[in-house]
Design a protein around this ligand. Structure first.
Ligand code: IMP
Length: 204
């Protein structure tokens, strides 16, 4: 276990730099799975937490380093929580989220003969912090909202143009991104991680 070093279990440069920025007050060296040529494991879990643990523990076991992974997605109440852990996979091999958002709307309409489906949805994020020889800790965040159609806004990524958080008139795709990042499911999970500072007892 290398002192003051955290390995981010992701190949997504955007995700890695966002996490590195969040960890910047703690003076740590942040490495990524891509830099160390660590191949991502198959996400075989049935919850966000299980998939985050799987990714973090894989990186920890391969590298011997303290590792951090996240897993996230959108859950639609009327679809029994789908796409959930399959959120990225619903966009297909071309990662086309217009296709994924249209599929949600089609399946939502099919649930309601009167054209008034239950439009409640939420994003969830699970963060897993894995340390050699210790039980992995998980921190979770959630944001609740409503699905709109047609999609609105071009900011953000993934399902942002169809998700309007409760109490707001704009979708995540229309909202100032700093504002989104302060209220998002990821912010919730990171808030808990940063409050717990699980690395504090490791290197002192
Ligand atoms: P992951 O990178 O395997 O965790 O995949 C998460 C997927 O969930 C992404 O590809 C997005 O489709 C979706 N997702 C997660 N967080 C957000 C968000 O903040 N906005 C929009 N889509 C999101």
């Amino acid at each position: 276990m290398r002192k003051n070093t955290i390995l981010i279990a992701s190949h997504n440069p955007g995700k890695v730099s966002e996490i590195a920025e969040l960890l910047s007050p703690f003076a740590m060296t942040v490495l990524s799975a891509a830099e160390l040529d660590i191949v991502e494991p198959e996400e075989t879990g049935s919850t966000f937490a299980q998939n985050a643990i799987l990714k973090a523990e894989h990186c920890r076991d391969v590298s011997g380093l303290v590792s951090l992974a996240d897993d996230s997605g959108i859950e639609v109440a009327a679809l029994g929580g789908a796409p959930g852990i399959y959120s990225a996979r619903w966009a297909g091999p071309n990662k086309d989220f217009n296709v994924a958002m249209a599929r949600i709307e089609k399946e939502l309409q099919a649930t309601s003969p009167d054209g008034q489906p239950d439009r409640r949805a939420n994003f969830k994020c699970a963060l897993a912090f894995a340390v050699p020889g210790q039980k992995t800790q998980v921190f979770e965040g959630r944001v609740d909202g409503t699905l709109v159609w047609p999609m609105r806004g071009t900011l953000g990524f993934g399902y942002d143009p169809v998700f309007q958080p409760l109490g707001f008139a704009k979708t995540f795709g229309q909202m100032d991104q700093h504002k989104k990042h302060r209220m998002s499911h990821r912010a919730g999970a990171f808030g808990k991680l940063l409050a717990a500072k699980p690395w504090d007892t490791l290197w002192s």
